[in-house]
Design a protein around this ligand. Structure first.
Ligand code: 2XW
Length: 136
């Protein structure tokens, strides 16, 4: 369900700032993921919409990764993505939680399990073509 995509390091996004990702879901998408954290092995958030992957159909899986170990998954059934469509995902965080804003004013909150105050690493992987990334 994954092909390696875009990796940004040293982005130095602080709590209260927002990352806005615009892109297009592949027409035959199985899954894509937005990862942000200290590094690839320490993720504040692995945001993983699954169209058809790992036995999941149209479910958003969120998780953290600490020292390469996955935490407990949070699963969201409200699934605002369509294969082949453009979409916008924005993420902000504070000491307590990560807030993901999705189309249709949907918001997913995920605990800041790593307690990160800044994010250095951002990657987008899977069946998603990034059009723009804005930091504000
Ligand atoms: C029911 C069986 C046991 O539970 C399953 O266990 C799987 C393995 O941990 C879970 O899938 C992982 O879920 C993680 C988030 O919790 C990640 O989505 C993980 O994929 C991350 C990943 C793979 N890759 C990757 N694979 N190959 C390449 N090049 N890159 N990159 N990132 C997935 O492989 C999967 O979500 C989980 N399913 C359930 C229902 O819990």
């Amino acid at each position: 369900c994954f092909c390696k995509g875009l990796v940004l390091t040293h982005v130095n996004v602080k709590a209260g700032e927002r990352i806005r990702v615009k892109g297009k879901v592949a027409p035959d998408a199985k899954s894509f993921a937005l990862n942000l954290g200290r590094a690839g092995s320490d993720l504040l958030l692995h945001f993983n919409p699954r169209f058809d992957c790992h036995g999941d159909t149209r479910i958003i899986v969120c998780n953290s990764l600490s020292g390469g170990e996955w935490g407990e998954e949070l699963r969201e059934a409200e699934f605002p993505f369509q294969q082949g469509e453009e979409t916008k995902i924005s993420v902000a965080f504070n000491a307590q939680e990560v807030m993901v804003k999705l189309p249709g004013d949907q918001e997913i909150k995920f605990p800041n399990r790593l307690g990160l105050e800044a994010v250095q690493f951002l990657s987008v992987e899977g069946d998603f073509g990034v059009k723009s990334i804005k930091f504000d």
